[in-house]
Design a protein around this ligand. Structure first.
Ligand SMILES: Nc1nc2c(ncn2[C@@H]2O[C@H](COP(=O)(O)O[C@H]3[C@@H](O)[C@H](n4cnc5c(=O)[nH]c(N)nc54)O[C@@H]3COP(=O)(O)O)[C@@H](O)[C@H]2O)c(=O)[nH]1
Length: 799
């Protein structure tokens, strides 16, 4: 120690020592600044920063050494061996590069210190190589102990310098590290100089390959200038980088605080490094200190306040482990009644970023969409999709011995209500029907709206046939009870088809199809009732579907033809009219009678087209007949629902040129049964055109006499069932007598249908019946036979 002090005070020029110290401080400051830049960079950029740092630090150590050597009195007369001097600079730079490379790339303090120790070792390597370059007329010896101390000082202080520098990039840290690195270099140098033992010897010759002190002064001054330049450049770069960093920080902060998600960044230990306000607000952590705290501590604090439940330690350990093993996790948690999706994304180099998204509204929208996809918007009942699922579930869950019933419901004539009262009333009616259905079925039964006016029910139990029968009866009753909607009194019936599982099928689609077939039967049987599925319904429905397809094709292929049957005046025997009767010339099945296709044509609405065809044909054929022969055309009740009826009659008359008075339209009582106000208006309009109206099949309905009062018919046609029983049944005779009497007193023509023999004709003549029609005169025949039928009173040849 004394030796070192003596060396410093007595053997050195203090002005140059101060200069060396200043150069060393400057070089150390630049080296530490560059060290921070290198630590912040990655890959190739980091290597460049480390290399520049090594040049600055190595040159600084080297320049400090040689400036200090200029201050060293005993060495003043000497020179410096050039190769060793250069080698000392190379050692300084190379060893420093190795040490810095280690410290820059690691985080553990021990390893950072190891890098610092290597830098300290580089200082020593440079110093002693530089000392070997010194050529003076003396022998240089070394005090081993002091040499060791000098090396240890360089290594230890070098380690501390880089550990402090590596801890954080702050001004205090940078200053501390700069001072420590300066101390490492300076303390090593002067301790090492204290170890020098000179034995003067004039015989020692200075080699030719040496550099004189004056030249060395220039060299060290250049090195110092270079260090100052590099230090200034580094400082500038540092300032710029920090400025850029600051701007980026502002941008990052703005982005963080304006994002809709909450964000929190944790280091590898689970300590909160960064978070935004949204995160704190979303998790209700605004009043808890968060920055720099372990998440587990935050959770425990919340737990104490009753704001967090669970095992905080276990939860935290799992998060840390997931991040360590690179697992991204995602879950939805509920906080303060809100649903929050949390995603924990591990980061490279340890730690994780957690993002928090409030998905409450999104989940609600999802639930709404899913509800809408499976429910009917009008009634809020399950729709066909959900009904199918529930039916499948019911079938799966049904225990052995359980039975399941599917009831398909269709409102009777709902379309009429929609058409006459408008859709808002129709909608309100459907809603009320849905409500009544729900109120009537059992708690475990399912009600659905399959579309339009179709509803369905699934019933599960042990004796389902009896239960289904009881429920169907109740439903018919409940749905048929009057409705009061917007001051309208509405009455509507319902038809129900029922299929049972397992007997009818255990397949949901089959069960629905079978219930549908049974529903079709319920409608065909007069509506307002229920029917169970029976085997064979399927075949009948299939046949009906085929017939419907066939009918449509037949219309396109023009396979229909109007036949005519004469109607004779009973008194004179003259043909007064022909009744047009439709026939289907089927290419395979031959001539088909209307009884076999009119009902299907009526159900499908095809009767409208067929009726128009008969009207057109009848009018154009009749226009070619004698002027005193009329034509009668049958009108179906379905044609009265078509808004085109008047137009098609007008068109048929106009197109044929037939006088309206020669056209007779035959309607049955069932026409008057439906929406009678509108029907009567149409009948009056037809009548006003000059067309005559007959009441067909008289006597087969329920209230024939009251219908005679409701419209002034031109003709009553007595059904052939009375005529055929004339000879055998007294009451038939009485009815014919009553009707002909009624006709006479009301001034209405009466026509007896189905006259097959002279006896029947004779009786009718006696009772005063006006006209007769039947096989006695002729069967219905094609238009080409009209002339024949006009000329021959009897034409018994079959048609
Ligand atoms: N809406 C329309 N309905 C039509 C049309 N064409 C026919 N029809 C209706 O089809 C039903 C069956 O008609 P059809 O098989 O032609 O039978 C008619 C006559 O052949 C039959 N008739 C006549 N005389 C006798 C007889 O002496 N014996 C006997 N067993 N049958 C006889 O009666 C049918 C005519 O009846 P009606 O119409 O009541 O005068 C039938 O209900 C037709 O109305 C059409 O174009 N449109």
């Amino acid at each position: 120690m004394y030796q070192v002090l003596y060396c410093l005070t007595d053997q050195h020029d203090w002005r140059l020592v101060a200069l060396g110290g200043a150069v060393c401080l400057l070089a150390s400051a630049a080296a530490i600044s560059l060290f921070h830049r290198a630590r912040a960079a990655r890959g190739g950029a980091r290597v460049s920063w480390v290399a520049l740092d090594a040049v600055v630090a190595g040159s600084g150590i080297w320049a400090t050494h040689f400036i200090a050597m200029q201050a060293y009195g005993p060495g003043a007369g000497g020179a410096y061996n050039i190769p060793l001097t250069v080698l000392s600079l190379i050692f300084a730079i190379a060893v420093t590069f190795i040490g810095l490379s280690i410290s820059v790339s690691v985080t553990r303090a021990g390893l950072v210190a190891l890098g610092g120790a290597v830098v300290g070792g580089g200082v020593a390597a440079m110093h002693y190589t530089g000392m070997m370059a010194l050529e003076i007329p003396a022998h240089i010896g070394w005090a081993t102990g002091t040499v060791t101390v000098s090396i240890v000082l360089g290594i230890v202080l070098g380690s501390f310098a880089l550990v402090v520098a590596g801890r954080r990039d702050s001004l205090a840290g940078a200053l501390g590290a700069t001072v420590l690195l300066t101390l490492a270099i300076v303390s090593h140098h002067f301790t090492a100089m204290g170890a020098v033992e000179l034995r003067p010897d004039p015989a020692v010759v200075i080699s030719g390959l040496s550099i004189p002190p004056a030249s060395l002064s220039i060299l060290t001054a250049s090195a110092a200038a270079a260090i100052i330049a590099i230090a200034l450049a580094a400082a500038l770069l540092d300032r710029r980088a920090k400025g850029e960093l600051g701007r980026q920080q502002v941008v990052l902060d703005t982005a963080l605080e304006n994002m809709s998600q909450g964000l929190c960044m944790f280091d590898a230990d689970g300590k909160i490094q960064l978070f935004n306000e949204r995160y704190a607000a979303m998790l209700g952590r605004t009043d808890i200190p968060l920055a720099g705290r372990l998440l587990v501590d935050v959770l425990r604090e919340e737990q104490a306040k009753g704001q967090w439940q669970g095992d905080a330690g276990e939860f935290f350990a799992r998060l840390v482990a997931d991040a360590r093993e690179g697992r991204t996790t995602s879950q939805v948690v509920t906080r303060f009644g809100r649903s929050i999706r949390v995603v924990n994304q591990p980061m490279q180099g340890g730690g994780w970023v957690a993002t928090f998204e409030d998905i409450t509204e999104w989940l609600e929208a999802q639930a709404k969409i899913s509800h809408m996809a499976r429910h009917d918007a009008l009634t809020n009942l399950p729709n066909r999709v959900l009904f199918h699922e529930q039916l499948e579930q019911g079938l799966r869950r049904a225990k052995s011995g359980d039975q399941l019933a599917v009831l398909c419901l269709d409102l009777d004539h709902f379309k009429d209500i929609n058409d006459s009262l408008g859709h808002p009333i129709g909608d309100a009616l459907l809603k009320e029907v849905g409500r009544r259905l729900k109120a009537t079925v059992g708690a475990s039964d399912t009600v659905a709206r399959l579309g339009g006016d179709e509803f369905a029910v699934v019933q599960i139990g042990r004796s389902e046939e009896a239960a289904a029968r009881a429920l169907a009866g109740r439903l018919v009753e409940v749905i048929s009870a009057p409705y009061e909607i917007d001051d309208h009194q509405i009455v509507i019936g319902v038809s129900i088809g029922i299929s049972l599982s397992p007997q009818d099928s255990d397949n949901p689609d089959e069960l629905l199809k079978n219930a549908d077939l049974a529903l079709y039967r319920a409608k065909a049987d007069g509506r307002g009732t229920y029917r169970f599925f029976e085997t064979g319904m399927d075949a009948r429905a299939q046949a009906r579907r085929l017939l419907e397809m066939d009918l449509r094709a037949a219309l396109l292929r023009d396979e229909f033809e109007a036949y005519y049957q004469p109607i004779r005046d009973v008194a004179s025997g003259r043909v007064v009219a022909f009744e047009a009767l439709l026939r289907w010339n089927h290419p395979q099945r031959g001539l088909i009678a209307p009884i076999n296709f009119i009902p299907v044509a009526e159900e499908t609405g095809l009767i409208v087209q067929l009726g128009e065809f008969v009207l057109r044909s009848a009018c154009s054929d009749a226009a070619t007949w004698p002027d005193d022969v009329d034509v009668a055309v049958n009108l179906s009740p379905v044609q009265f629902k078509s808004p085109n009826l008047i137009a098609s009659v007008t068109d048929a008359l106009a197109a044929s040129g037939l006088a309206a008075r020669r056209l007779e339209l035959e309607i049955t009582e069932s026409v008057l049964l439906q929406n009678s106000e509108a029907t009567l208006t149409t009948l009056h309009e037809l009548r006003a055109m000059g067309v005559r109206i007959s009441l067909d099949d008289f006597g087969t309905g329920y209230s024939s006499l009251s219908y005679l009062r409701s419209f002034p018919f031109d003709k009553i046609k007595i059904d052939r069932s009375f005529v055929s029983e004339l000879a055998t049944r007294e009451d038939s005779m009485a009815i014919i007598r009553a009707v002909t009497g009624l006709g006479r007193s009301l001034g209405i023509v009466t026509t007896a249908e189905g006259v097959e023999n002279d006896a029947q004709l004779e009786l009718l003549r006696r009772e005063g019946c006006t006209q007769a029609q039947g096989y006695l005169f002729s069967k219905p025949r094609p238009a080409s036979d009209v002339a024949l039928m006009l000329n021959r009173p009897r034409l018994r040849v079959s048609a």
